[in-house]
Design a protein around this ligand. Structure first.
Ligand code: ADP
Ligand code: MG
Ligand code: ZN
Length: 506
């Protein structure tokens, strides 16, 4: 809109100047320059209209063997693809061809990789686009691009003498969000309608089959029309890899790298709970960079271990806290870790006092698998874990520090969720109609309850906390297993003590 106005105004001025008999050449040049600057984005649109779009078509053949883990996803996907490979047989049985497969799951888990493998498996040409590429400021462009995409797929397949074309649409939630939710943004709806129309138009009778594979990490956002039969009627979940999957992915991404004899990929797989395939790939890469920095010709286990933190937190900071500060950080982190083990046994992946990125120290929790629903018990446990850093500092060092600021902010956001879900003493309320003072009171009530409980746990574990903080000072990093071993060992020692005492008493 603004652009048209500016253009009109510019032309008007130019015309006026011309009428006045002025030399318009410099004005014209400036105008053209401004226009080109303004239109750099627009020029791209123009190029796309002419067909030189950024759609990826070159296929470096990726096979299912190159996708680590994801056994279930691979199996389901292959099953679906077998229908397409043996479509004549399927047709004689009256089976309708499969038109769309939706891959859902967190980013970096290998959805793109799986789509490419699917194309190789079916011997298809592969076209890949991102949902965001369809969203333009000009009405109708998105829909037109969808049409063009399907045309291009058919054309490319014919050109390459292939019988199948796989169209991969990444981030489909961008264009496939529930219709009518963007007010005044008919564009999204038109684009989605066009996609639905194209998918409905895919027929088994034509000699070139088109399979649409889409990926999203927000299935809940999708317009239900997309999931109706005959569209994306096969949904394949691509989850974060489990331990075995992580091991396989690590093997895949290290097989072109020289590994030292001490490397134990199983241990790395165990310590990387919650990592996606993309994380693991960058972990392998970071380890190689660390080895290179040290002029080592092979990657050693410690390079891999250090990369775990680097991938999850960022580069190590040069600034080293002084000894007193370090002790505080150790106490703080051990507080988190011990309470975490007490309220959710087996939940600590690792803890460290090596400062990285934004964090002075860090306790990595093994995330809960299901991340859509949280129970009150889980949230209250999480609150205790968050408050434990501060409480440990208060308990052992007499006072807290600003190091707990982030923890507190996080805790408050959890409490707010709880209040909204009716888990506070306010009961079921409309948060918007409740006074701030009232909300504040409810927030601090929950926080104080959990703080008391955390204090109780840590007082009980005081000797463990001190011993573990010393250990952390010395080793700088403790794995979850070491923490658990040390916690249970001491308990055993205490138990056997009391046993001997009993024995003595008897
Ligand atoms: P997504 O599309 O799910 O966001 P990608 O397929 O784009 O994830 O993965 C990004 C990168 O991470 C890939 O190029 C690949 O190197 C690596 N990766 C992710 N998952 C796997 C996996 N299961 N096996 C091997 N590599 C993987
Ligand atoms: Mg991707
Ligand atoms: Zn903390």
């Amino acid at each position: 809109m603004k652009k048209e106005v500016a253009l009109g105004l510019g032309l008007g001025i130019l015309f006026f100047a011309l009428l006045q008999g002025l030399d318009v050449l410099p004005l014209l040049l400036v105008g053209i320059l401004l226009y080109v600057f303004y239109e750099r984005g627009g020029l791209k649109v123009l190029r796309r209209h002419l067909g030189h779009d950024s759609t990826e078509t070159t296929l470096t053949p990726i096979t299912f063997q190159q996708v680590g883990g994801q056994q279930t996803a691979k199996k389901e996907l292959q099953e679906a693809l077998d229908f397409i490979k043996t479509d004549e047989k399927a047709a004689t049985l009256g089976i309708k061809p499969l038109k769309g497969i939706l891959l859902t799951g967190p980013p970096g888990t290998g959805k793109t990789l799986l789509a490419k493998a699917a194309a190789t498996y079916t011997d298809a040409v592969f076209l890949s686009v991102a949902g965001s590429e369809f969203i333009e400021m000009y009405a109708g462009v998105g829909a037109q691009r969808v049409r063009g995409l399907f045309q291009r797929a058919r054309h490319l397949a014919a050109q390459n003498h292939k019988r199948t074309a796989v169209i991969f649409i990444d981030e489909i939630d961008v264009l496939g969000s529930k219709r009518g939710q963007y007010q005044g943004h008919m564009e999204y709806d038109q684009t989605l309608n066009q996609l639905l129309a194209e998918m409905d138009g895919i027929k088994s009778s034509t000699n070139i089959k088109i399979l649409v594979i889409a990926a999203t990490n927000r299935q809940d956002m999708l317009d239900p029309a997309l999931l109706r039969p005959g569209r994306f009627d096969r949904v394949v979940r691509v989850d974060l890899p489990d331990k075995e999957g992580r091991h396989q992915i690590l093997k895949l991404h290290t097989n072109n790298k020289p590994l030292a004899d001490d490397v134990d990929l199983t241990a790395i797989a165990r310590a990387t709970f919650g990592f996606s395939g993309a994380h693991l790939e960058s972990l392998a890469n970071e380890a190689a960079i660390l080895a290179l920095r040290e002029n080592s010709s092979v990657i050693m286990q410690r390079h891999l271990i250090e990369s775990i933190d680097k991938v999850s937190l960022g580069e190590k900071l040069d600034r080293r806290p002084h000894k007193e500060e370090l002790w505080r950080i150790a106490v703080h982190e051990v507080g988190h870790a011990v309470v975490s083990e007490k309220v959710r046994p087996g939940s600590v992946a690792a803890l460290t006092i090596i400062s990285r990125g934004q964090a002075l120290g860090y306790t990595r929790q093994i995330p809960k698998n299901d991340s859509y629903l949280y129970t009150e018990t889980y949230l209250r446990a999480q609150l205790k874990i968050l408050l434990a850093g501060l409480v440990a500092e208060e308990l052992l060092l007499g006072s807290g520090s600003t190091g707990a600021q982030g923890d507190l902010e996080h805790a408050v956001s959890i409490v707010k969720k709880m209040i909204q879900a009716g888990m506070s003493s306010l009961g079921l309320i409309s948060v918007n109609d409740t006074s701030n003072a009232c909300l504040q009171e409810a927030i601090s009530e929950i926080l104080n309850q959990e703080k008391q409980e955390t204090k109780r746990i840590l007082q009980e574990q005081r000797s463990h906390v001190v011993a573990l903080a010393h250990k952390l000072m010395e080793k700088e990093r403790l794995e979850g297993e070491e923490l658990r071993a040390s916690l249970s060992q001491k308990r055993l020692a205490a138990d056997s003590n009391s046993k001997t005492e009993k024995v003595l008493a008897v």
